[in-house]
Design a protein around this ligand. Sequence first.
Ligand SMILES: [Zn+2]
Length: 224
Amino acid sequence: MRFGWIGLAGLAPLLLLGCVSGDDRPEPRRPAAKTARKPRPAPRAPEPPTAETRQCLADLDADRVDYRTLPTQDFGGGCVVVGAVQLLDIGVPVSGLKSMRCPLARNFSNWVRYGVAPAAKQMLGSDLVRIESYGTFNCRPIAGSGRLSEHGRANAVDIAVFVLADGRRVSVLNGWQGADDQRRFLRTVFKSACRRFTTALGPEYNSAHANHFHLDMGGRPLCR
Ligand SMILES: [Zn+2]
């Protein structure tokens, strides 16, 4: 893990982001007893990370991604979060990221760095400066089904907007059927997501995804 990822000039937008999602700020490590003021999630005994998680954390270190590891948490209703991290710096600020299972975080970071950012530069002619997400963890069933969403395992992320250095906001909602260059860019990064995530769902899938890409590392391969 490393720090010092922003200069003073970068502080103002970050502070703004902090206002939008103030509870995303990393908290200093505290003794377990002090977390008791939150009734949920139920604290669990610390568990050693699995080999998969250890490898994934090593990958994040090698990729110079800044993150913090999160303890295993059981939110009830099957929503157990194991081997999760919170991404702090992947090179491009992303709003709304909370806990993500490590492989999701790793693939997301790689998608942004090696898929989205180069595509923005090449196809839209401007640097990618921010991504807006609708979040990661959310303990809920898949809409219209009784099955737990991958969000309930911190194994999914919803991406809504790509912001460029020239001020353009390329949103899934408006850009998917928008100007030609934005349509091509969004389809390119969506296809790229299909290669990096198990499941990638977008506006063509159903109306619930008209305004975001749902990307997850669940068991069912699907790209639509
Ligand atoms: Zn989703």
